[in-house]
Design a protein around this ligand. Structure first.
Ligand code: SAM
Length: 277
């Protein structure tokens, strides 16, 4: 019988975020596929885990993927980890999971922190709907094409960025999106963790002086829904609030959600719904 592949999340900075199940899984599997074996060795040493490792990174995905699949098919249980956070999220793993699916190998997740979700949670921006964009391409035209396509996106946008590219990226975001709210989440869970809830223009002026250091996630406010885009009449929107409320959503929360979807004011929807109740 084939073994199981465990996709194991590891801390994004603070080793105390390693879950009990993640430790147990890494203790119990036969081998660990790691993005950088030196980085993972430090993690394993910290938890006194000794385990054979296979280097599995962006440049050997095909050949090592097949070798890992062969081991799993032979009945070994394996885990995949990356340097930090969840494998498969702007990190190796996606291809391996697909190979497992093609070979009818069971995959299990051992969830851990992800910088994107952690940053979103602290952003202070709309967390109900969001788009994860990962790293922007450094190719200038591809980058603008990508950003232009997001210009009217109303959901909150999440980007990963390296410190040496932060200034350029803030400038590019400003050029395309104008002066929107942005949260810069830096060094999450580490000693120098910092959350700056600011605007693009303020962030640009701050980083003219300040040298970006550490790891950043950028959370950008989505586009405002324009009046012309509203597809619901106010009566339909109030009806929607009443439907949500009938299904158990508290009225004020329903009004807030529908306001976000339709562009009407929460207060108007709430008042309208109360009047009709
Ligand atoms: N798989 C990881 C995850 O689930 O978060 C992401 C890996 S990606 C290669 C690395 C990027 O994630 C960094 O460049 C940075 O944008 C973000 N990141 C990772 N750790 C972070 C942290 N502690 N604070 C802020 N951003 C972080």
């Amino acid at each position: 019988m084939a073994g199981i592949l465990y996709v194991v999340g590891t801390p994004i900075g603070n080793l105390e975020d390693m879950s009990v199940r993640a430790v147990r899984t890494l203790q119990e599997v036969d081998f660990i596929a790691a993005e950088d074996t030196r980085v993972t060795l430090k993690l394993l040493n910290h938890f006194s885990i000794k385990k054979p490792m296979i280097s599995y990174h962006d440049h050997n995905i095909r050949e090592k993927g097949e070798a890992i699949i062969a081991k799993l098919l032979a009945g070994e249980n394996g885990a995949i980890v990356t340097d930090a956070g969840m494998p498969c999220i702007s990190d190796p793993g996606e291809d391996l999971v697909r190979l497992c699916a093609q070979n009818d190998i069971i995959t299990r997740v051992v969830p851990g922190p992800s910088a994107a979700i952690s940053a979103l949670a602290l952003s202070g921006l709309n967390t109900s709907k969001f788009v994860f964009e990962g790293f922007l391409t450094t190719n200038k035209s591809g980058r603008y094409e990508n950003l232009e396509a997001l210009k009217t996106e109303t959901r909150t946008l999440i980007f990963y960025e390296a410190p040496h590219k932060l200034r350029d990226t803030l400038n590019d975001l400003y050029k395309v999106f104008g002066d929107r709210k942005i949260t810069l989440a830096r060094e999450l869970t580490k000693i120098h963790e910092e959350i700056e809830r600011t605007t693009l223009s303020e962030a640009i002026s701050e980083y003219q002086e300040r040298i970006p250091k550490g790891e950043y996630v950028l959370i950008l406010e989505g586009a405002e829904q324009e009046a012309g885009e509203v597809k619901f009449t106010i009566e339909q929107a109030i009806e929607l609030v009443l439907t949500l409320s009938a299904k158990g959503t508290p009225l004020s929360m329903a009004a807030k959600d529908v306001a976000r979807q339709t562009g009407y004011k929460k207060g108007d929807l709430y008042k309208g719904a109360i009047e009709q109740q």
